[in-house]
Design a protein around this ligand. Structure first.
Ligand code: GAP
Length: 445
């Protein structure tokens, strides 16, 4: 059984994000811009680690998937063919009483406005296209429209032939991409969960049509396991198949990986069977042949596509929420108790793997501290902090989720050893500087 969601966690994590430099509201000095966020010094490390962990499992550790980095600006022809100009809409309603706008499909009660509680005050639903349109070149007007991509996927479909011809891959094979996408969401909400600018991690896996079901199941299992391997407890994850009426215009089957957010279960990633829809649409619209000749079978076919499509920004938020913990502990170095907040990140996800903390700013400690930093920095992302009492510095590293702190003290000058502190147990070991890399390597690989 899954634990009940904890609504108080939301504010705690949002506050921590601001206080420690994970996430800032965009344009804050101008009063903020509700629909986008900026990733601060630690947030950018967290987000990079999420993307790096995804790339490692999807591309680096496999021989059947290659990468791509396609353009964000794209001509209308792509979105005409993909069906997004026609179908990528959300149902929009206005409250006639308070003038607030809502997504009809996200309302708990479509008969009552959640803002002013007026009953029966909504207008008829209008289909609102979520794509951002802009103009290429100096002239604004018909013929110069371009779109900011609302998904990275189409870049992989329109490059299918290029990749097939240059990479020597044959179905089943995949193309993976990480990058920004843009959607003019009617109601951006829940911090970085739903924003108008966000990052996706998507992979299109091209397979023989009769193997599509097998690969759909395979990718559902693989993707669920990825979150578990990186520390999200299994009871905070579930796989939810879409009902028929919920399916996107291109999908014959979709299952969402959902996480238990403070407001309840919600989507982290969708795994879809996109059939041969996209390749056929682009082949028809462009006149190019987008299929594969299988020499073994002696026949030509249009591959089906299984697509695991995750949000990097949304996933970073889930890792933050799953890692958040508060506990009562004895104050380190003293008798009294205190409460501490700790992010129990997996070491691949933690912004810093190691913090190097000379006990004091005195010049004689700087030489060994620099030596330790020089040893560690080529392998790990390190923080360096030499001010404040050591107990407070440990608390700060706990709130950043740093798995290991290395403290250099005055004894180091005599014994060339340092104190290595474990974030989770707070246990401390004395380790010779010369053995430090060997000590940390098995814990951080
Ligand atoms: N290519 C398929 C596709 O884009 P999607 O379910 O619309 O499918 C995939 O998006 C993932 O992108 C979602 O599961 C979510 O993690 C992320 N995502 C979508 N819209 C988002 C938004 N407005 N803000 C943050 N993340 C979003």
């Amino acid at each position: 059984m899954s634990p009940a969601p904890d609504p108080s966690l939301f504010d705690k994590v949002v506050n921590l994000c601001k206080r420690r430099g994970f996430v800032f509201p965009s344009a804050e000095i101008y009063g903020g811009f509700r629909s986008t966020y900026d990733y601060g010094p630690v947030g950018v490390l967290l987000l990079r680690n999420v993307k790096e962990a995804w790339w490692r499992s999807m591309v680096q550790l496999r021989h059947d998937i290659v990468g791509l980095d396609a353009a964000i600006l794209s001509p209308p022809a792509i979105w005409e063919a993909s069906g997004h100009l026609q179908n990528f809409t959300d149902p929009l309603v206005d409250c006639r009483n308070c003038r607030e706008r809502f997504r009809l499909d996200k309302l708990d009660d479509p008969g009552e406005c959640p803002n002013c509680h007026a009953k029966g005050s909504f207008t008829e639903a209008r289909h609102f296209n979520l794509m951002f349109k802009t103009y290429a070149g100096p002239v604004e007007g018909a013929g110069n429209e371009v779109y900011l991509r609302p998904e990275t996927a189409q870049g992989m479909f329109v490059n299918f032939k290029n990749v097939l011809e240059t990479s020597r891959k044959r179905p089943p094979f995949g193309i993976a991409q990480i990058g920004k996408s843009f959607r003019n969401e009617i109601t951006p909400s829940n911090f970085v969960f739903r924003t108008r600018e966000f990052e996706q991690m998507e992979m299109e896996y091209f397979v023989p049509p009769d193997e599509a079901d097998k690969w759909f199941d395979y990718w559902c299992d693989e993707r669920m396991q990825w979150y578990v391997d990186l520390g999200i407890p299994e009871d905070q994850l579930r796989l939810r198949p879409h009902d028929e009426e919920e399916l996107s215009h291109y999908s014959s089957a979709t299952s969402d990986v959902e996480f238990l957010f403070p407001w309840g279960w919600d989507e982290l990633e969708g795994i879809a069977n996109r059939t041969d829809y996209d390749l056929r649409q682009h082949a028809q619209a462009s006149g190019e042949t987008l299929d594969y000749f299988d020499p073994a079978l002696g026949e030509r076919y249009v591959p089906y596509v299984i697509e695991p499509a995750a949000g990097a920004t949304r996933t970073a938020m889930a890792f933050l929420m799953a890692a958040y913990d508060e506990e009562e502990v004895a104050r380190e170095g003293q008798g009294q108790g205190e409460s501490r907040t700790v992010l129990r990140f997996h070491h691949r996800i933690a912004p810093y793997q190691v913090a190097v903390l000379p006990l004091s700013k005195k010049p004689e400690l700087q030489e060994p501290a620099n030596e330790v930093l020089g040893l560690l920095q080529p392998r790990y992302t390190c923080d360096y902090d030499e001010t404040q009492a050591i107990g407070r510095r440990y608390r700060r590293q706990d709130e950043l989720g740093t798995p290991w702190c290395v403290t250099i003290d005055f004894e180091t000058l005599d014994d060339r050893a340092v104190t290595v502190r474990d974030r989770d147990s707070m246990a401390q070991d004395r380790v010779p500087i010369d053995g430090l890399l060997d000590h940390l390597e098995p814990k951080l690989s």
